[in-house]
Design a protein around this ligand. Structure first.
Ligand code: SAM
Length: 261
């Protein structure tokens, strides 16, 4: 499912970000380490049409998650190794390569990787290793600090999601960070009403094409419920330190590896 931040209306973004800001603004002042890290880790907040909105978005993300970055202790972003799994055309990897030490950009699609590689070559980026592999098989030579995955996990049914999460656990150092963003359903006993309400709600903020993609997604792909995903993540040895499940459909989980299997 192809999503981009441009699908989201500016007002919706700003409203939810304003809420986050009110909750956490006071803790961010004077934390340049957080700014560098979050610019790298949350490139989805970069809005190419509006530098102002990008700045607001990045600031808000920093506000909301600064407590999380502080848990990295003395780590410097340039020393971190990250794995971008289901990297697609490399949006995260390419942006993050400026800030992080080494990135493994992993995808099962050779076509996607070719596009990502050519983007990286054009920019002269040398610290991304492209790997044609997937959630179930990939392992780096040395365990990583961060595993990042956005809009890709719904390609796996729940049984294989659990297997993938156990494999992600093995990719990470003890205490490593796992960031997952994906499409997650809300539960309601009346499925038809719930689905119609979701599409109706999305149609206020998203384009017609996006609504059509969402219908295909609901029909054919493997998004699951928040409570199932949380259970799968926790059973794979992670503590969910922060989750953002307020948005209909898109949820984020910031997790830390607490158990090794
Ligand atoms: C919608 S794209 C998301 C790309 C990127 N993460 C982003 O945010 O733009 C989903 C990607 O997941 C990849 N994918 C599907 N199944 C996968 C698997 N089992 N392991 C790794 N990647 C997979 C697809 O090839 C595709 O590139």
């Amino acid at each position: 499912m192809a999503l981009s931040s441009s699908n989201v209306s500016h007002s919706k973004k700003l409203n939810s970000l304003r809420r986050m800001y009110l909750q956490a603004a006071f803790v961010t002042a004077g934390n340049p380490k957080a700014i560098v890290f979050f610019t790298a880790v949350f490139p989805q907040f970069i809005d190419h049409d509006s530098a102002y909105l990008s700045q607001v978005c990045i600031l808000m993300s920093i506000c909301a998650f600064v407590a999380f970055i502080d848990k990295l202790g003395d780590s410097e972003p340039k020393k971190l190794t990250a794995i971008d799994i289901g990297c697609g055309t490399g949006a995260f990897s390419i942006h993050a390569s400026k800030y992080l030490g080494k990135i493994y950009a992993v995808d099962v699609s050779e076509e996607m990787l070719e596009v990502a590689k050519s983007k990286a070559n054009t920019k002269g980026i040398g610290n991304i290793e492209f790997c044609n592999s997937g959630f179930l098989d990939f392992q780096p030579e040395v365990t990583a600090d961060v595993v990042y995955s956005k809009w890709a996990f719904h390609h796996l049914p729940d049984y294989w999601k659990q297997a993938a999460l156990l494999n992600i656990n093995k990719m990470l150092k003890s205490g490593g960070i796992f960031y997952l963003a994906d499409f997650v359903f809300e539960f309601d006993h009346d499925f038809k009403k719930n689905t119609d309400a979701l599409l109706e709600k999305l149609s206020k903020d998203f384009t017609k094409d996006f609504i059509e993609e969402t219908k295909v997604h609901i029909r054919e792909e493997y998004s699951t419920f928040d409570w199932i995903l949380q259970g799968l993540i926790e059973r794979a040895g992670f503590n969910i330190e922060h989750s953002n499940t307020e948005d209909s459909l898109a949820s984020e989980y910031f997790c830390r590896k607490i158990n090794q299997f």
